[in-house]
Design a protein around this ligand. Sequence first.
Ligand SMILES: *Cc1c(COP(=O)(O)O)cnc(C)c1O
Length: 360
Amino acid sequence: MRVFNFNGGPAALPVEVLEQVAAEMLDWRGVGMSVMEASHRSKEVAAMTAEAEADLKELLGLDGGWRALFLQGGASLQFAMIPMNFAPDGAPCDYVDTGLWSTKAFQEAKICGADARLAASSAEDKFVFIPSEFDFRPQARYVYLTSNNTVRGTQWSSFPQDAPAPLTADMSSDFLSRPLDLTKFSLVHAGAQKNVGPAGLTIVLIRPEFAATGRSGLPHLLDYRTYIESDSMYNTPPVFAIYVAGLVFKWLKGTMGGLAAVERRNRVKAATLYGAIDGSGGFYRGAARPDSRSLMNVTYRLPSEALEMTFLAEAKKAGFDGLGGHRSVGGVRASLYNAVELKAVEALAAFMAEFARKNG
Ligand SMILES: *Cc1c(COP(=O)(O)O)cnc(C)c1O
């Protein structure tokens, strides 16, 4: 039996996609083997990868001024690749610190020798909100932010319009959860395992013009131009993960009806759960400031840590998986990625009401 999966990542995938993967496991596209066994230089894998890029760009409405690339190394490698390419030799770059992953990205930029500085931070308030005022430097080569803070449960609802440099963002945990206006952006990265597919794949959207401004002389795999010039095939790419992500893109375009429809559905799911929290008479308390609440990762607390332990244990027994908060903060976190169905969220809300009634 499948559980209600609220994992933070790796996380729920659409059943329809998993069924197709199962059906094609022994013979993919009539080649007489699974996609994992096919050469990445075969015309079928090349076509599949090109199709995945085209579907992804179509979903996001990206024009010829963008490439969608398939890398490895996780979102964490992007923390280093971005400064290595775009802020070499102590060049300035501005960061917005909204929690664990952006803190790591900022520290990594310093390790890479960039003159990285914070343009805003919500650290002093335990990262419960998204800043709205920024101290950008005009000479910054780029501005870096994290669109959705998986650990704290905060999310940018709109992005700075007045930044003096191109925006770059880690969108790992809300990628493809809503339509995106990328006008001000030059690079977006996302680890696949939150909202797109299996671990092992990192998606990078980049403007080739921006890539061209990168420092030269980097090792091939650390230079974005390598992936652009080779259509993400310089070395063996994560073929299976690209295959599954490609099926998810088709599911988003087809069954789900595109990103505007996906966002509407995600808003209903989030409203259902925040409604259960806010309507509990204070038994459950949302961890993020209401104006910064994430539609993807809903974080909340109970009256005591002991009750939180009981809640998590009973939830697990009742078939709700992955509700423990990130190990750095504790509490409860329900991740409502695209593949999490409304009925799972409604079941969780009902379970929470019953738990509060018994323990309140
Ligand atoms: C999970 C996560 C990461 C880390 O991703 P890896 O692929 O494990 O490196 C980075 N940023 C955000 C926003 C995340 O949610």
